[in-house]
Design a protein around this ligand. Sequence first.
Ligand SMILES: Nc1nc2c(ncn2[C@@H]2O[C@H](COP(=O)(O)OP(=O)(O)OP(=O)(O)O)[C@@H](O)[C@H]2O)c(=O)[nH]1
Ligand SMILES: [Mg+2]
Length: 372
Amino acid sequence: MQVAIIGLPTSGKTTVFNALTRAHADLNIHSPAGMEANVAVVKVPDARLSKLASIFKPKRIVPADITYVDIGGFAVGFGQTEGFSGQLLSNVQKADTLVQVVRAFVDPTIPHITLPHTEETVDPERDITTLDMELAFSDLGIIERRLERIRDSQHKVKPTERAAYELEAAVLAKLKSALEADTPIRALNLSDEEDKVIRPFQFLTAKPMLVLVNIHESQIPEAGDLEARLRQKHVRPRTEVAVVPGKVEMEIAQLDDEELAAEFRQSVGITESALGRVIRLCYHLLGYLSFFTGGPDEVRAWTIRKGASAQKAAGAIHSDMERGFIRAEVVHYDDLTRVGSLAEARKQGLLRLEGKNYVVKDGDLLTVLFNV
Ligand SMILES: Nc1nc2c(ncn2[C@@H]2O[C@H](COP(=O)(O)OP(=O)(O)OP(=O)(O)O)[C@@H](O)[C@H]2O)c(=O)[nH]1
Ligand SMILES: [Mg+2]
């Protein structure tokens, strides 16, 4: 899973990147325009892995991972001007989910650059709207150019292609009016057919979005109220909002001593680390779940979409396994850890043979039988 961290200048993107990845990226360097300023791969913490390891005693434990990319250069106006460079666009397009960092901390020594004609105030509501508009402008530009091309080539379309052309034009027109009414594409309930039509365009507002509101430590007591207010206004389908004290989260994440980190967290009133919370919200936004494989070599966590079949899950492990899928032996984590071994699970009938259409559940442990 790839997550792009975006946001207006000095909103705290690199601070949040450090908090989420435990990295030590330099805050004095402005994230360069359009570039991947910082990249890190994070192991997805999952307490179930160590429990499974105590059963399988494997040589290694392999957690799922997430790649975070801190992308710079979201100056205001990038979506409307040529300033929205190919590099920036393609770096954002690559991501599965966007994390938008919004500044809510007040610090007069750190200028907050927003629109040239707005005063330098801290206003998370305004900034959420600004960034959403920039992304929407980019999508609208692509839609309008495509619609124009469809109109211009109407007379050349072969009869066999006409239906596909008309469907595409209709879907794009629907997206256009949604965007013009300030509704991002991700919030539309598109059919599978419509989804397939728009996928190649890689629209920015079609990606799930987590809005991370970056507060100062002193604002922690008001965090709950602020979050409730912003959620009410900005949570929509495939959009989540969370308030985090970025700087103190970064300082805690950078501690090597887990015990000290827990103490620190408790002393400032943080119940769940931003690192864990953001991963949880990204899984939720993408509709992902984890399943496991286990054996003497490794115990491993895998990520797939909710609703995926056992055959699709096998494909996440290896394409050969998907192609040559025969059956999967499935036992749920809860059952396996309750009885303590695969042999015992088998004896109690908890280890089931499932076919290719079995819908994998979060926490299933799969052994794929395949033939190539
Ligand atoms: N006082 C205070 N300063 C913060 C807080 N969060 C971030 N900062 C500071 O704000 C400045 C900008 O933070 P960065 O994380 O570098 O922000 P950025 O969005 O990556 O900035 P650019 O890459 O320049 O666009 C840094 O000096 C941070 O230390 C906070 O909660 N309180
Ligand atoms: Mg930065």
